[in-house]
Design a protein around this ligand. Structure first.
Ligand SMILES: Cc1cc2nc3c(=O)[nH]c(=O)nc-3n(C[C@H](O)[C@H](O)[C@H](O)COP(=O)(O)O)c2cc1C
Length: 400
């Protein structure tokens, strides 16, 4: 009795401390710092890192800083409508959660927390093939639009099983990732020895010991697994080094014909994630895709590749009237979203903008991060003299 009372008090005090810290996070960088203090180093660097010299990772955000917004005034801006429709999905704000792997490593609630936070903001939630909560659970709890990200596996039975899980769980959009034919050279992961789940070694044990709250949560909640793949991998000795996973399980012969067949088999909204060239954007239209995510995988794949925002105008000019163009990578501010929409993106999406917050405080953390970005977008729209997304155009943006 006394023990459980003590535990409850401790729990309340810990929660209060967490919420206070979350409430002091006013932007993505604040959440990044908090996540860094909470996560064992290999996990933090898995989220935070990019490929090779991380030039593309940095450029993704920097590219937004090389142009300026030109506001109009006296526009009567008391009511702002941030809603938009992308790939047939009506969302309440033009920013959604990109699919990212292994979220239960970052916080024990993982995708459960992110999907509920996304639902609260009326925006789309994307889940990865390497998700750590089952599609059925997400499908039965979330009423807002859901995207499933598919890695194209050599094992066609696995691809079919994932499509079936998506159909049964009422997923709305299928996103085929096309920029990960091999994994990028993520040197931080090589240095820290990152694997899924974390392989026990002296350094990971030290990391756990120095982050006891994370470790207690991780080891006292449901064992880490990958439920979407589970019937097709050997769980007994399952430790995924990402490089090995991509090389051994994904099909490097994937081509346009395969993408088109997949679209037909799926039969609903279909997009390609990781399109960067105008030529490929046109091919995406030819195979009947309804969207393209202009993305370099958050700078985690081909270092030295252009940033999505730098590449956006060319792509919108070529195909913007035929397909929904989504801009993704490096977004940390509401003004970044407004700039991409001004160039003609239909919506934006992001990974790290909610992942640091997930690590910092689970669902509450993600809600605070999405809330910060939503408030920024509303405030920025008012300051721009715009009341709805369609008011934004190239007239209100200049490159230096
Ligand atoms: C930790 C992490 C895991 C990711 N896992 C996947 C994945 O499983 N599948 C995928 O298509 N993209 C994955 N991505 C890429 C994201 O979907 C998205 O392209 C990227 O995060 C966008 O850049 P941003 O983080 O700067 O917003 C991952 C990104 C991060 C940061």
């Amino acid at each position: 009795m006394f023990k459980s009372l003590l535990l409850s008090i401790l729990e309340i005090l810990t929660l209060k401390r967490i919420f206070n810290k979350i409430n002091n996070c006013h932007n993505t960088e604040d959440f990044r710092k908090l996540a860094r203090s909470k996560l064992p180093a290999p996990i933090f660097h898995y989220i935070d890192g990019g490929a090779d010299d991380e030039i593309t990772l940095r450029r993704n955000t920097e590219s937004y800083e090389q142009c300026d917004l030109v506001p109009n005034v006296l526009a009567g801006v008391e009511n702002i409508d941030l809603s938009t429709t992308v790939m047939g999905q009506k969302i309440d704000m033009p920013l959604f959660c990109s699919p990212t792997a292994a979220q239960r490593l970052f916080h024990h609630d993982g995708e459960r927390a992110v999907s509920k936070a996304a639902e609260k903001f009326g925006t789309m939630f994307g889940i990865s093939s390497l998700g750590t909560v089952g599609l059925e659970e997400i499908g039965s709890t979330i009423t807002t639009p859901k995207m499933f990200q598919l890695y194209y596996h050599k094992d066609r039975g696995l691809t079919d099983s994932m499509l079936q899980q998506c159909q049964e769980s009422n997923f709305d959009v299928l996103a085929l990732t096309v920029d990960t034919i091999v994994t990028g050279n993520r040197e931080r992961d090589l240095r820290t020895g990152f694997t899924m789940p974390l392989r026990l070694s002296l350094s990971s044990l030290i990391s756990f010991a120095t982050h006891p709250t994370w470790a207690i949560n991780y080891f006292t909640h449901k064992k880490f697994d990958l439920p979407i793949l589970k019937d097709h991998i050997n769980e007994a000795n399952f430790v995924v080094n990402l490089g090995e996973y991509f090389t051994s399980m994904l099909d490097q012969s994937m081509n346009w014909k395969d993408a088109e067949e997949l679209r037909k088999k799926w039969g609903k909204e279909f997009c390609l994630k990781g399109i960067m060239s105008v030529e490929d954007a046109k091919r995406a239209v030819d195979i009947g895709a309804t969207g393209i995510i202009v993305s370099n995988h958050g700078g985690r794949q081909l270092d030295g590749s252009r940033s999505p925002f730098d590449q956006l105008s060319e792509i919108v000019d070529a195909v913007g009237d035929k397909i929904d163009v989504i801009c993704e990578g490096g977004i940390t501010r509401g003004t970044h979203v407004l700039k991409a929409l001004s160039l003609g993106a239909k919506a934006c999406s992001g990974g790290k903008m909610y992942l640091y917050a997930l690590a910092a405080g689970g669902q509450k953390g993600v809600e605070k991060a999405l809330g910060n970005l939503q408030s920024e977008m509303i405030r920025d729209m008012k300051l721009m003299g715009c009341t709805k997304i369609s008011d934004l155009s190239r007239d209100n943006i200049r490159f230096r």
